[in-house]
Ligand binder design. Structure first.
Ligand SMILES: Cc1cc2nc3c(=O)[nH]c(=O)nc-3n(C[C@H](O)[C@H](O)[C@H](O)COP(=O)(O)OP(=O)(O)OC[C@H]3O[C@@H](n4cnc5c(N)ncnc54)[C@H](O)[C@@H]3O)c2cc1C
Length: 380
């Protein structure tokens, strides 16, 4: 086991495994695998998660949460992902995300309602390739006038607000830096021009901002801090994605192990063939290395260390390993793995987006090297 966790975190893992067996598995068993999960099933899982205490583990104490550290949360997320359940997203309550340090009206109007479960936010970062210029805002007195577009906003159709990265300029055109600005989805000038879904089932929109007037109080932090704030939040999410990826690899390994032990039409279980064993060995070796990186970075995240580089390396490695492991699992199981509704078919669709979300692998590679060669940073 690469994780070698303190006893109290190991006990948490046992609790999560029981929760999966006793709550998630039965709840999912009654749902058609090709249909969306009914709202009442999702709600019942949320209630059960509250009763078991998991729901509050991603929430700050000041909002009634009982927060766990990064190492514990990483383990819990990996364990959930290793169950390959569609209900994993109902287990944890909403976290503050990049609004965590919000004060004044931003806290009152957005952060507090989010933590009460009354409002939901989305994240507008990615720009379309066709845009004449990236989304910008003109600062005049206490108002920002935002113009531009974002091409891939997950949950944007139903969100109450979007945290949008903008380039701010003064009225005379001089640059004031980037800012993350909270914009109400229903604000005048905000339009959704396309709704679409991606292969893993996520729902997204592309949206336009046409002279949207936003009070400066809706800037998260300060003008000039937009990019670091967006990337700071992405850093946390990258570790979550890494845990999701290693959990997927673990599930695929378990599934393939059963398959290799089962009877095969040739009369010999596949697990007795050396060529198949080699493939299975690679799945296990790569997953071991990915989990080692994941738990090392999660431990570092609990220190004061700057772990931007470690998080990038972990995200790239864990998601790419998961892609190879799930692909090999499909290959070893054969055509049945691709039948719609088969758990590997869903996993194959789910794993693909991980190498793009929160930073495409090659862009992260380039950032890692830029940090070293041009800024002299990054120990790894
Ligand atoms: C399921 C899903 C959910 C998403 N949700 C959101 C969301 O909520 N909010 C949001 O803002 N975005 C979201 N995105 C968008 C995601 O962040 C982007 O897809 C991702 O950052 C890559 O950007 P892009 O699609 O514009 O591709 P591009 O940036 O065009 O990159 C495409 C490819 O080109 C190559 N490339 C690009 N630039 C370079 C370079 N400088 N050097 C070398 N190679 C390069 C790489 O191979 C890269 O993978 C989501 C995407 C997915 C798949």
């Amino acid at each position: 086991m690469p994780d070698n966790l303190p006893q109290e975190i190991d006990r948490l893992r046992t609790r999560m495994q029981s929760f999966i067996e006793e709550v998630l598995v039965p709840a999912e068993a009654g749902v058609d695998p090709s249909a969306p999960i009914p709202t009442e099933v999702q709600q019942s899982v949320r209630e059960a998660s509250k009763a078991h205490g998991f729901f509050f583990m991603t929430q700050p104490a000041e909002f009634g949460g009982r927060p766990e550290g990064t190492l514990a949360l990483t383990m819990l997320r990996e364990t959930l992902s290793a169950a390959n359940t569609r209900l994993a997203g109902c287990v944890f309550g909403p976290g503050p995300g990049m609004l965590h340090a919000a004060t004044g009206p931003l806290r009152e109007n957005y952060l507090e309602p989010v933590m009460r479960g009354e409002k939901r936010g989305a994240f507008g970062f990615t720009e379309p390739d066709t845009a004449a210029r990236p989304t910008w805002a003109v600062l005049s007195n206490d108002t920002l006038t935002v113009t531009g577009q974002k091409s891939y906003v997950t949950g944007g159709a139903t969100a109450d607000f979007i945290s949008v990265l903008v380039n701010v300029e003064q009225e005379d055109g001089s640059k004031a830096g980037t800012a993350m600005v909270v914009i109400d989805r229903e604000a005048p000038g905000v339009t959704i021009d396309r709704e679409f879904s991606s292969m893993e089932g996520g729902g997204h929109v592309s949206m336009k901002f046409d002279g949207v007037r936003v009070p400066v109080a809706n800037v998260i932090g300060k003008i000039g801090e937009g990019m670091p704030r967006a990337l700071g939040n992405i850093g946390n999410v990258r570790l979550m994605v890494s845990a999701q990826a290693t959990g997927m690899s673990m599930w695929a390994i378990d599934f393939v192990e059963h398959h290799l032990r089962a009877p095969h039409r040739t009369g010999t279980p596949l697990g007795e063939r050396e060529g198949v064993r080699l493939r299975f060995a690679d799945m296990r070796i790569e997953t071991y290395a990915a989990r080692s990186a994941l738990y090392r970075t999660a431990r570092l995240a609990e220190t004061d260390a700057n772990i931007v580089n470690e998080t990038i390396a972990t995200k790239v490695f864990c998601t790419e390993v998961a892609g190879r492991v799930v692909d090999t699992a499909v290959q070893l199981v054969g055509g049945q793995a691709l039948v719609v509704g088969h758990p590997l078919e869903r996993l194959y669709r789910n794993v693909r987006s991980l190498r793009l979300v929160e930073g495409a692998s090659d862009l992260l590679r380039i950032n890692l090297v830029k940090g070293k060669l041009e800024l002299g940073k990054g120990t790894l």
